[in-house]
Design a protein around this ligand. Structure first.
Ligand code: ZN
Ligand code: ZN
Length: 267
């Protein structure tokens, strides 16, 4: 028996830490807070999906007319060009996200990131950087980490903290949908120091037209394709507020990737 196998056995026997999702016993506690059966049963989205908001599209509609966006996304243009999520915010996935956020089980972040990488392969591929949705410093201090940042670090793209939260807002989940856009409208600002670093590192300045240096302070993100990362997308209000700030900063395109997504009514 290896030392690790022995440690797993001893931990499971002595502490019997329950699985953060199902409450059952975890046979290999050193490998994480969620049991293998839960990871295996976790529901992810399967295509066809709307490129704009990530909602499932009715299969017949997608195949019959080569539709790639849902009616809502075809009707109005959004600051976020594309959104993808690993799965619906329910069941095991919801329990895993809760384990990360509220029980501070950081070990679930890496496997969640892996699911997000798979779901967002197309939108990560040519992206210059991933941008975690910031927490208000007070909330991050209380939690000890920003879950969006943990998820972003597992996506194999440069992580840039391009946004700051300038106003504490009540959690979106606690508000009715109509108030969510108002709640976050002015909550975010560009982190100008990080923006300047991002543009020089990724060569955006070199790609920008002559004279761009003069306006680098305000258009620091010129030409960048960015992916905003968060744990859950509810109405998308938070992601859209972040995207607006990045677009005003000069980003060429803003996409979004979340672990889970609240699916709106079928259509
Ligand atoms: Zn479990
Ligand atoms: Zn859509």
């Amino acid at each position: 028996m290896t030392l690790r196998a022995f440690a797993n056995l001893a931990l499971a026997r002595i502490f019997a830490p329950p699985c953060a999702a199902c409450g059952g016993t975890i046979p290999h506690p050193l490998d994480g807070a969620v049991c293998d059966a839960c990871w295996a049963s976790l529901a992810t989205f399967t295509p066809p999906l709307c490129l704009g908001c990530g909602d499932p599209l009715p299969a017949w509609r997608a195949t019959a007319r080569a539709v790639t966006r849902c009616p809502r996304c075809r009707r109005r243009s959004r600051p976020i060009s594309r959104l993808a999520s690993a799965g619906p915010y329910q069941g095991t996935l919801r329990a895993v996200v809760h384990a990360l956020k509220y029980d501070r089980r950081r070990s679930v972040a890496a496997p969640l990131s892996a699911l997000m990488s798979a779901a967002g392969r197309d939108l990560l591929e040519d992206a210059d950087a991933v941008v975690p949705v910031p927490l208000h410093p007070g909330r991050e201090w209380a939690r000890g980490f920003n879950q969006a940042e943990l998820l972003a670090t597992g996506l194999a793209r440069p992580v840039r903290r391009l946004l700051t939260r300038v106003r504490a807002t009540p959690p979106q989940v606690s508000l009715p949908a109509a108030q969510r856009h108002r709640n976050v409208r002015e909550a975010f600002a560009l982190n100008t120091r990080e923006a300047a670093r991002a543009s020089t590192r990724t060569g955006a300045i070199a790609r920008a037209p002559a004279g761009a240096e003069a306006v680098a302070g305000t258009r620091a993100l010129d030409g960048l394709i960015l992916v905003v990362v968060d744990d859950v997308a509810t109405t998308g209000a938070t992601l859209e507020a972040c995207a607006r700030v990045l677009l005003e900063g000069g980003a060429a395109e803003v996409r979004a990737l979340t672990a889970a997504r609240v699916v709106t009514e079928p259509r």
